[in-house]
Design a protein around this ligand. Structure first.
Ligand code: SF4
Length: 330
């Protein structure tokens, strides 16, 4: 089947079966342009949870599909490819509990710890955070959530992204440490789990120096999952949606180098736009989903084989919902 025929078949099947398709900004073009709705992880989860169709194809990574299921348990959510976020995979409940033990050994009581998890974590980790009275945050609302968490006078354990935790701490004038970095966690306002995004780690201060030397008026735009020294030297640091809004408002003759995922940067603006890296910063797992996967998943719904469906136990969902809902309440 040619690509055009494949697209035609996908559209026919999705209409006949009442399926909606959503795609994250980091998906490649062939998938991105088939979606009914595109957005960042939170926008997609909120849109999908309100959508009237009973079936959803979520083109993204696992924790994103799970977030829809947490918010809308009756919706049947399928991932054309079961792809995992490398950062979300760096923590599970076992590692989470090990970190709590490390803090207890350092003299911090469990009841004095308030966990905050970046939305890039599994339903199980979100549930564990919910059980401990903690909440979820995204890169766009992390400052607001940390402000609220700080008001509890507890020690904040931020999981799993050490860079986002460190960057937010700096922006708010707070102190931070990484579990196991040899410093005393009692001295830090925000204690960060030692996880990171392998894609956003690619951007470096040398890349910034390169572009500033080549184009003295260039603006450097980065995501808060980048290293703190990279964010410090940037002209603008923001979440995926904030980067899109910022760049779209720039005059077309303004040169900009962007430090985030490749597919998004290359679609964002053609003129005077550079990827802030000498290597191609593609998210490997986001890039796994193809048109063929979309077609095969729709076929499996039609034939009632229901492959790649996201399921979460009600106990996990209940606690994870608490953590997510605390964020929405703010
Ligand atoms: Fe996860 Fe990084 Fe890929 Fe985003 S870009 S899905 S944080 S590995």
């Amino acid at each position: 089947m040619s690509e055009d025929q494949l697209r035609e078949q996908i559209l026919k099947l999705k209409e006949a079966l009442h399926v909606s398709i959503v795609a994250h900004f980091y998906q490649k073009d062939e998938v991105f342009f088939m979606a009914d709705y595109v957005g960042d992880s939170l926008q997609l989860a909120q849109w999908a949870a309100e959508d009237k169709n009973p079936y959803l194809l979520f083109c993204g990574v696992g924790f994103m599909g799970q977030s829809v299921k947490i918010l809308a348990p009756n919706k049947r959510v399928f991932m054309p490819k079961i792809a995992c976020c490398a950062m979300a995979r760096m923590i599970d409940v076992g590692y989470f509990d090990q970190n709590i033990e490390v803090l207890k050994k350092a003299g911090i009581k469990e009841e004095d710890i308030l966990p905050v998890t970046y939305i890039n974590s599994s339903a199980e980790v979100k549930a564990r955070v919910g059980m401990m009275g903690g909440m979820v945050c995204t890169s766009s609302n992390a400052k607001k959530i940390i402000t609220q968490a700080k008001a509890s006078n507890k020690k904040i354990l931020f999981v799993p992204d050490r860079c986002l935790g460190q960057n937010i701490a700096k922006e708010m004038g707070l102190t931070s440490c990484i579990v196991g970095d040899g410093s005393d966690p009692k001295e830090a306002d925000i204690i960060c789990y030692n996880g990171f995004c392998s894609v956003h780690q690619l951007f470096d201060v040398d890349d910034i120096a390169f572009y500033r030397a080549k184009y003295p008026d260039i603006l450097i735009v980065t995501h808060p999952e980048c290293k703190p020294e990279v964010c410090d030297q940037s002209d603008f640091v923001g979440s995926t949606s904030q980067i899109i809004a910022y760049v779209k408002n720039l005059p077309l003759n303004q040169k900009v180098a962007i430090g985030t995922e490749y597919n998004m940067v290359k679609r964002l603006r053609k003129e005077n736009t550079y990827v802030l890296s000498s290597t191609k910063p593609e998210c490997p797992t986001m890039n796994e989903t193809t048109l063929v996967d979309l077609y095969n998943t729709l076929l499996s719904i039609q034939e009632e084989r229901f492959e790649n469906e996201i399921t979460i136990s009600e106990e996990t969902r209940k606690w994870a919902f608490l953590a997510l809902n605390r964020m929405f309440e703010l």
